[in-house]
Design a protein around this ligand. Structure first.
Ligand SMILES: [Fe+2]
Length: 215
């Protein structure tokens, strides 16, 4: 996560992708990745800085996850913008790291056990995740999250609202997120969101998800 000087106003910067734009071909095409990263993720980054700019000094030095966990403390006139852009900033950072070249397959170890316990089997988990993500009306994300009891569950979130905003009430930690905004698939898949999700399983970085589950 990029650092920023504490004496200045919020200065979040666009995190670098952990791979080349064409690394996820043919499942996710290079042009989509480039625009998604340099235009959309950049816009959330800029929007977050702008939204935080008018707030108290204490918000300028918080990291994005802390801001999202404490979204209820953000003054009401800026809360919507901070929720949207802060969520967009953090969601996309997670998303890039949730994928890798040559990903896919199935998780192992404790994460695999937790998925089996929550969903019955890995196949049942995939069906639930895919069906409910495809069914999101408009824009949003499907998430595998860790819950307060240390297990996992699936949730959907609208627009860019982060699962971290449910930390105080439910102790949810995002593990694996799937962006189903049209900007994440439209160039290659047009209206075929289900085809995008089917392809996306081939690039999931289960090692990263397992690391987040254990942390
Ligand atoms: Fe996106």
């Amino acid at each position: 996560m990029p650092r920023r000087p504490s004496h200045l106003m919020a200065n979040f910067t666009l995190p670098q992708l952990p791979y080349a734009y064409d690394a996820l071909e043919p499942h996710i095409d290079a042009t989509t990745m480039q625009i998604h990263h340099t235009k959309h993720h950049q816009a959330y980054t800029d929007g977050l800085n702008k939204a935080l700019g008018s707030l108290d000094a204490k918000f300028q030095s918080m990291d994005a996850v802390d801001i999202l966990k404490n979204i209820d403390t953000v003054p009401e006139n800026a809360r919507g913008a901070v929720n949207f852009h802060g969520g967009g900033y953090n969601n996309h950072t997670l998303f890039w790291n949730n994928m890798k070249k040559g990903g896919g397959g199935e998780p192992s170890g404790e994460l695999a056990d937790a998925i089996k316990k929550a969903f019955g089997s890995f196949a049942d988990f995939k069906t639930k995740f895919q069906t409910d993500s495809v069914a999101i009306q408009g824009s949003g994300w499907g998430w595998l999250v860790k819950n307060a009891s240390g297990g996992v569950q699936f949730i959907t979130m609208p627009n860019q609202t982060s699962p971290w905003t449910r930390w105080k009430a439910e102790k949810l930690t995002p593990l694996l997120g799937l962006d189903v905004w049209e900007h994440s698939y439209y160039l290659k898949y047009q209206n075929r969101r289900a085809d995008y999700v089917t392809a996306w399983w081939n690039v999931v970085n289960w090692d990263e998800v397992a690391k987040r589950f254990k942390a």
